[in-house]
Every structure is written in structure tokens, then in C-alpha cells.
Write a protein that binds this ligand. Structure first.
Ligand code: OOG
Ligand code: NI
Length: 469
């Protein structure tokens, strides 16, 4: 009997969710097809350099999912399920603060954390928890009913959780168990057709469509599954020419002549979906709701804290100039701001310590013993630098994606004091330590520098990105 290692379980899980979601949302299948065409075109156009930020095998299989849960208990359970797939919590995102409209959630992302695991299968899931205890969104009486409703449902059954614990303990499962486990795990995220209580759903929807999506039903489901493309501008126009309306713009960094940094994302708008409701008069029948959409992403280089600070400043500068009417679109303004402020080469990013890289000895290269700067070794052709890909998310883009799919702004009482959440409180909720993205990238660069020093038998000075506090 064959044994399925953790990464194999993860790859199977990603595939199984993707198949299920394709049946639930046919437009997703179109998005995947167009993404594959875009990637093929890009490979043909760019040759070997197309794969600088990820092999075509990895990128083709790469997806991120988004799910939403209702309580710390459910968050702890989903963390157990993801741990079985080698997916651990990384990063804390407070979308309550990042969004202008009413988005009452706090989030983390579950993903593989080391390089080899990411290369085998990089599946990740952006996971949000409804902040039911935040009085700016949920007044006392509603809070109580919401807590009761969520506490009374079971999304992750005992068998699933037990199998997840076993898979984690053994570092995988044999075939028979694996089949069952993938089936149960996939089913936990399947759209359920149990009638929705109309009155309850609409009460929450008036506050936020995100609140009703999470707390208005007895189940969870995948909100979206996102393929990765190598050229998001091509994807955007290809989708529009197929008659699919995309949100107004691509979120995150603009297209420009320099290196791609962080993450660019866009989506097509949430579609009206028919579901069965139970109405106040007791009748049961179809009604419409609108929460699920299709999203796509292009990934760039991971920034250091200094790079991220610069990125945030550039975004603020873009907002300012856009308001002053400098150019008609955010993307045009951003491109100018980028050109004025960001180095337009990987070397520039490295020299200023703005982004993370790994370093390898060029084949057959040797060097006299001594102390060297990495840039010096690169210039002499002894060392080759490879960018580290950004594996995480951006709160503002996430909020933008949430928001662009809400029909109404919802309500929010800013007179009330919001509940505090941070990476520590969120770690307690998840039941595992949430890793800080910067620390993972930095550790990767540091480890590669150490290996370089060992291989060349030299001392290597810390790079600017690693030398930062
Ligand atoms: C999550 C939105 C965030 C992203 O890619 O930034 C997200 C959600 O809609 O539940 O998926
Ligand atoms: Ni997403």
C-alpha cells in the first residue's frame, strides 16, 4: 500500500478543491483556462527568464483559496486540518482596519513555510475569522445570537479532525486513509444546499455581506480559488475580451519596467448565485446572494521591512497624487511614483536592502580565502542571486478585493471601541504560533549566505537586507 507524504496530501487536496470549485462556479474553469493560455504566451515571449519567479510546473499548479470561519473554535479546527497538509499560519491581517466599508474579519494564511515544500506544492489558504465580538459591527443582543448560532454548528466533524491529527503525527497517510481524508476535507468546504434562514441572513447582510456569508449559514465554503499567472495585464485584457467584466483595476503594484514586487491581484465581480431560502412566512424557495468571485494573481519579489516601508509610502504617495488629479487612474499615477522611487533592477533592490534573495555559487567557481561582499562576488560571476518570491498577501489588496465585491457598504458604529486583535492574540486563537512573513524570508536569505560561505570557504559580509535590525 502506498504512503502519501504530507506534500502529496497537500497536492491532492488542492486538486480536489479545484475540481469541486470548478463544478460549483463554472467561470472559475474559464479563469483557469485563460490563465494557462496567458502563461504559455508569456513563456513563449520571454523564454528562460519567464521562470525567474517560479517554475512553470509550480505556477501552473499554484492556487490560493480563501475561506471564512465564525469562531476561535472553528479557527483552531481548521488549523488542525491544514497542519495535516503541511500548511501553517503565517502573517496577521486586520481587514477591519484596512477596509473602508464594513469588513468585520481578522485573518491569517495557512501555507507551507519552507522552500522545498513550497516547490513541491505551494497551496495556501487565506483564512478569515468573523470578529463577532467587535461592537462596532455587532451590537450586544446580536452578538449573543450570533455566538449561539455559530456555537451550535459543526463544520469540521470528529472523524476529519482525528484523521488530520493522525496525518500530522505520521507525516502522511496510507492510500486508504488518504482517500478518505481528502474526501472529508474537501467536503468540509463544499457549498451546502440546506435552506438558508432568510430573516437571519438578511439581518447580518445589512451589517456586511461578509457577516452573512460567515454567520448566516450553518456551513462554510470556499469563497474563491485563485490561479497564478505570469502576466496579469494580459490576463485582465484576455478576460475582458471574453466578455467577463473585471473589477476596475489591478490591486497592488503597477505594471512597470522594473522588477515585480510583492503581489498583484485582480478579480471578476461576484456573481448572483441562486440558493434556497426559508422565508419568514415558512415558505421555502430560491433567493439570490452574491459573495463568490474569481480572482487571479501575479507574484513578485519578497520585500524586506525597509522595502515594505517604502512600498507603503509609495502607495500613500500614489493616493495623494491621485486625489490631486495628477493622472486619471491609480495605476498610471503609481507607475510614475514607482519610476521615481524604486530601483528598476534586482541589483538596485539588493544594494539598498529592499528585497530578499538567495545566493548560489556559479558552477565550478572558486575564490581565494578572505572576506567578501556578495555584490562583489556577483559582479565577478562567482555567485548568482535568485529573488525570493513573495508567498503572502497584502491587507489593502485583500480589503480591496473584499470591498469591490460588496454591493453595499454595510454599517459600522465608530463610536464604539473596536476589539483588539494582533498576531499574538490571533496565535492563541489558531492554537499555533503565527509566523511573521519577514522572518521566514530573512531566515532563508541568511541560510543561503551561510551555505555560500561554507561552500566557498570564505567569510561573507551580511547583505543589506540581512543586516537590517
Ligand atoms: C479573502 C480576501 C483576501 C486575497 O487574495 O487577498 C484574499 C476573502 O474574500 O475571504 O483572498
Ligand atoms: Ni484571494
Amino acid at each position: 500500500m502506498a504512503f502519501n507524504e504530507t506534500w502529496q496530501l497537500r497536492a491532492r487536496f488542492a486538486k480536489s478543491l479545484s475540481d469541486m470549485y470548478g463544478e460549483e462556479v463554472p467561470a472559475y474553469t474559464t479563469l483557469v483556462e485563460v490563465s494557462e493560455e496567458v502563461n504559455k504566451r508569456y513563456m513563449e515571449k520571454m523564454g528562460a527568464s519567464a521562470e525567474r519567479l517560479g517554475s512553470i510546473e509550480r505556477v501552473t499548479a499554484e492556487r490560493h483559496g480563501a475561506i471564512r470561519v465564525g469562531s476561535p473554535r472553528e479557527m483552531g479546527q481548521v488549523a488542525q486540518v491544514f497542519a495535516a497538509f503541511g500548511m501553517y499560519p503565517v502573517g496577521f491581517y486586520d481587514l477591519r482596519e484596512a477596509a473602508k466599508s464594513s469588513v468585520p474579519v481578522v485573518s491569517t494564511a495557512f501555507r507551507p513555510t519552507d522552500k522545498q515544500e513550497l516547490a513541491k506544492n505551494p497551496f495556501r489558504v487565506f483564512t478569515s475569522m468573523l470578529a463577532t465580538d467587535d461592537p462596532r459591527f455587532f451590537p450586544d443582543d446580536l452578538q449573543k445570537r450570533l455566538h449561539e448560532f455559530i456555537a451550535s454548528r459543526t463544520i469540521f466533524g470528529e472523524e476529519l479532525l482525528e484523521m488530520a491529527a493522525k496525518a500530522q503525527e505520521q507525516g502522511g497517510l496510507d492510500d486508504v486513509d488518504a482517500d478518505k481524508f481528502i474526501e472529508l476535507a474537501t467536503a468540509a468546504f463544499k457549498l451546502n444546499d440546506e435552506p438558508i434562514d432568510d430573516e437571519w441572513y438578511r439581518e447580518l447582510e445589512a451589517i456586511s455581506a461578509v457577516a452573512s456569508d460567515i454567520g448566516g449559514v450553518r456551513y462554510t465554503h470556499i469563497n474563491h480559488l485563485t490561479p497564478r499567472v505570469l502576466d496579469i495585464d494580459d490576463l485582465y485584457s484576455s478576460m475582458e475580451s471574453r466578455g467577463i467584466t473585471m473589477i476596475d483595476e489591478i490591486q497592488g503594484p503597477p505594471a512597470w519596467k522594473g522588477p515585480d514586487i510583492l503581489l498583484r491581484q485582480t478579480s471578476f465581480r461576484a456573481l448572483d448565485e441562486e440558493r434556497i431560502f426559508r422565508f419568514a412566512d415558512g415558505s421555502v424557495g430560491p433567493g439570490a446572494l452574491r459573495v463568490r468571485f474569481g480572482e487571479v494573481e501575479q507574484r513578485g519579489i519578497a520585500l524586506s521591512p525597509k522595502g515594505r516601508e517604502l512600498y507603503d509610502a509609495l502607495i500613500a504617495e500614489t493616493d495623494k497624487r491621485l486625489q490631486a488629479g495628477e493622472a486619471p487612474t491609480r495605476v498610471e499615477v503609481a507607475r510614475k511614483v514607482w519610476e521615481e522611487n524604486l530601483p528598476d533592477s534586482e541589483q538596485g533592490l539588493r544594494e539598498q536592502g529592499l528585497a530578499y534573495f538567495t545566493y548560489e555559487v556559479a558552477r565550478g567557481a572558486t575564490v581565494e580565502p578572505g572576506t567578501y561582499k556578495v555584490e562583489e562576488l556577483i559582479a565577478e560571476g562567482i555567485v548568482i542571486a535568485e529573488p525570493i518570491v513573495y508567498e503572502d498577501f497584502l491587507p489593502r489588496s485583500a480589503a480591496g478585493i473584499f470591498q469591490s465585491n460588496l454591493k453595499e457598504a454595510g454599517t459600522r458604529d465608530n463610536e464604539q471601541q473596536g476589539t483588539d486583535y494582533d498576531i499574538e492574540t490571533m496565535s492563541k486563537i489558531v492554537g499555533r504560533e503565527i509566523k511573521e512573513p519577514f522572518e521566514l524570508y530573512r531566515a532563508q536569505e541568511e541560510a543561503s549566505l551561510e551555505e555560500l560561505a561554507t561552500n566557498l570557504k570564505i567569510t561573507v559580509q551580511p547583505t543589506a537586507a540581512v543586516a537590517q535590525a
